[in-house]
Design a binder for this molecule. Structure first.
Ligand code: 5AD
Ligand code: SF4
Length: 478
């Protein structure tokens, strides 16, 4: 069937205001898709999330837009007419993962007429990566960044009509576009962005360069979105920001993070409230107090240490010391003794000596983390630390292995902490490895497996923890 589209006219008629403009393009894409469906186009789509919770949240927005455009979600990339990646670039291996996936998709692209492979996310905010992709992967048809995720419909429309590659990446923006569709992965839990970007400039970290300056959302909008999620059946909400503790610092007279957390926790019907990520430098007494006095806030604190050496912390631009970190942990433990504590640690930051590394080991031993995510330092082009003198690879590897052992020993000490107790579990899924079992989470984030079927997904159950397996428990409904 022939159809003629006056692309120029359609663009000219588009509203200039957001999000009206995007809804206009969603309708236009939908019209195109409906016509193509008559010719056998399946309009199946897939979004593959490669990064953190922020990236996952972007993925939900992309899926919501695609569905509004007339696409149906598939889990199988062989069956997808659009595959979008939300990429990560926090460490070099994140980038490698994308290239591996793109290589494997080439075959599918060649077999499927009109297939669109698109990439967004943090990695696309790096000029060299975008240039490399455009040069070496001609079958990637859509490239956009973290600041214009909301524009998917407009960019996709352009791509579909012209059949050409569409690339649009902007360096930063003050614009926050709200009220676009979103397809939540889980009906019973959802996440809400409270701020975008980061102003901390830790010297190893690429995030401020790829996510831009910190922009806090208005507290009223956040609360409204949380209320809507609760109305929609969400029992658990996760508040998302690169550094939640500095929420509002960019808006004069704004609500602070502890105030916001309290207001959300007090919304009727909310069973669980989580947040991430918090920087130890501004983890306030008010925040501890709000957590202590609101039992529906998770009994879990993720407090990224990065290094236990005050000298390294200074060169990382972290604004806390070994001593002030340990003091904060003592305060948290005293106020909320049942909270689990987890952390992130980087090994082999430039200039790290054996003595610095021993400081990290000391802190791990003293804090007895329930879990620690350990990373080998990865040099990120454009960050200050990339120019510092690097630690030889073999030394870093050897330290990494030593740290892992200490981390495992210290988390093993916490293993049986809640054994025999009856605790509330939010059931998330059926257990894929053990038939007849479901899997859920305690308020302290620890996983529990117990007998049950899919009708329990999205419910809260009181479960007796009968067997500890280190990082998780087995239990039975009490
Ligand atoms: N190298 C290694 N790990 C890093 N992280 C951030 N940047 C780097 C880097 N350049 C780790 C930090 C952070 C986590 C999300 O990733 O520990 O908390
Ligand atoms: Fe998330 Fe950072 Fe990776 Fe971006 S670079 S996806 S913000 S972890």
């Amino acid at each position: 069937m022939d159809y003629i589209i006056d692309y120029k006219e359609i663009i000219e008629q588009a509203p200039l205001d957001e999000p009206a403009r995007q809804y206009y393009f969603m309708d236009r894409v939908r019209e195109l898709v409906e016509i193509r469906k008559l010719e056998g186009y399946k309009a199946h789509c897939m979004v593959e999330v490669m990064g953190c919770q922020m990236s996952a949240k972007d993925g939900e927005k992309l899926l919501g837009i695609l569905e509004k455009c007339g696409y149906t979600v598939t889990e199988d990339d062989w069956d997808a007419d659009i595959v979008l990646f939300t990429t990560c670039t926090v460490r070099e291996n994140a980038n490698q993962k994308l290239y591996g996936r793109l290589g494997r998709l080439k075959h599918q692209y060649e077999k499927r007429d009109g297939m669109i492979i698109g990439i967004t996310g943090c990695m696309m905010q790096e000029k060299d990566e975008v240039e490399g992709i455009c040069k070496h992967y001609p079958y990637v048809k859509l490239v956009f960044g973290t600041h214009n995720v909301y524009k998917l419909a407009e960019l996709l429309y352009k791509s579909l009509v012209t059949g050409k590659r569409t690339v649009e990446v902007i360096d930063d923006t003050k614009l926050i576009v709200e009220d676009l569709p979103s397809d939540r992965k889980f009906k019973f839990k959802g996440s809400v962005n409270i701020s975008y970007g980061c102003n901390n400039f830790c010297t190893y970290c690429i995030v401020p360069y790829v996510r831009g300056r910190e922009k806090s959302r208005n507290a009223t909008d956040i609360l409204r979105e949380c209320e809507k999620l609760i109305e929609d059946g969400c029992l658990e909400i996760m508040l998302l920001g690169q550094n939640v503790n500095s929420y509002g610092n960019d808006i004069p007279g704004s609500t602070t993070f502890p105030e916001l957390l309290k207001a959300v926790a007090e919304l009727p019907g909310l069973k669980r409230l989580r947040y991430m990520t918090s920087n130890p430098k501004d983890f306030s007494d008010e925040l501890i107090e709000v957590m202590r006095t609101h039992p529906n806030i998770e009994r879990h604190v993720h407090l990224p240490l990065q290094s236990g050496s005050s000298a390294i912390l200074k060169r990382m631009n972290r604004h806390y010391t070994k001593e002030s970190y340990l003091e904060l942990v003592r305060k948290i433990r005293k106020a909320i003794p049942d909270a689990t504590l987890t952390t992130d640690i980087i090994v082999g930051f430039p200039g790290e000596t054996e003595e610095d590394f021993q400081d990290t080991i000391d802190v791990v031993k003293e804090c007895r983390y329930d879990a620690a995510y350990t990373f080998i330092y990865s040099k990120r082009t454009g960050t200050p630390a990339a120019k510092f003198e690097q630690v030889p690879e073999d030394i870093v590897k050897e330290r990494f292995d030593r740290l892992l052992k200490v981390v495992q020993e210290s988390s093993a000490e916490n293993e049986n902490r809640d054994l025999g107790k009856v605790m509330e579990v939010l059931v998330e899924d059926v257990n894929r490895n053990q038939e007849g079992y479901v899997t859920g989470r305690l308020s302290n984030s620890v996983l529990v497996h117990f007998p049950g079927d899919k009708s329990l997904i999205g419910t809260m159950q009181m479960v007796k923890l009968t067997e500890s397996k280190g990082f998780y428990y087995f239990g039975e409904i009490a």
